[in-house]
Design a protein around this ligand. Sequence first.
Ligand code: SF4
Length: 227
Amino acid sequence: MAKPTKSTPEFSTEEKRNASVILNRIARRYPDVGTALEYSDAWQLLVATVLSAQTTDENVNKVLPFLFEAYPTAEDLAGANPEAVERIVFSTGFYRQKTKSIMTLAADIIDKYDGEVPRDLDNLVKLRGVGRKTASVVLAEVWNTPAIAVDTHVKRVMHRVGLTTHTDPEKVESDLKALYPKNRWSGISMRVIQFGRDVCDAKRPRCWECPLADRCQYPDKTLPPTP
Ligand code: SF4
């Protein structure tokens, strides 16, 4: 089990090797995986990611073409009529808050970065409504920049297999960054998220068919359903 640490975590060669084997097995199951959100640039992925809170990517993809046709740029969205935006994003849920969030985001991108989405974590998280998770998704997905987004799936899977003892996303991120070389960072999150959805489900993990079962430290492994 990884040791809890305060600053930069340190892991043994054996722990790093174990982490590598775990990721290799997940990568074998998901050789090509990326976000299901449909976007054409960093700006669109940022907006799509904000809209994807508490709903499915499929739902978000249904509204994106309408949204970007009506407001192609951050400047267009920043100057939009909020009620018109609310009507477009309504079906993604929490539409008032989401409208406010994407319009604020648009305004920030113009005011702080002259309409260009910044390409580094420190500046991305200065945008209102953009946390480390969203920023890391954009960095890894759009520019293949080394970044690890920690969402609920990444947190759960990595905790169960023993690669972290933390539940705080930032500390989980630090552990993973210490366990894996930089060139693997951008390939972690989307694969583990998919694995968490398909196999290592929060309530009913499919341990009996899990490729990580022999390496996993989860004490309540499940058996196949009886016929
Ligand atoms: S053995 Fe079970 S708990 Fe462990 S990673 Fe696999 S599905 Fe998740």
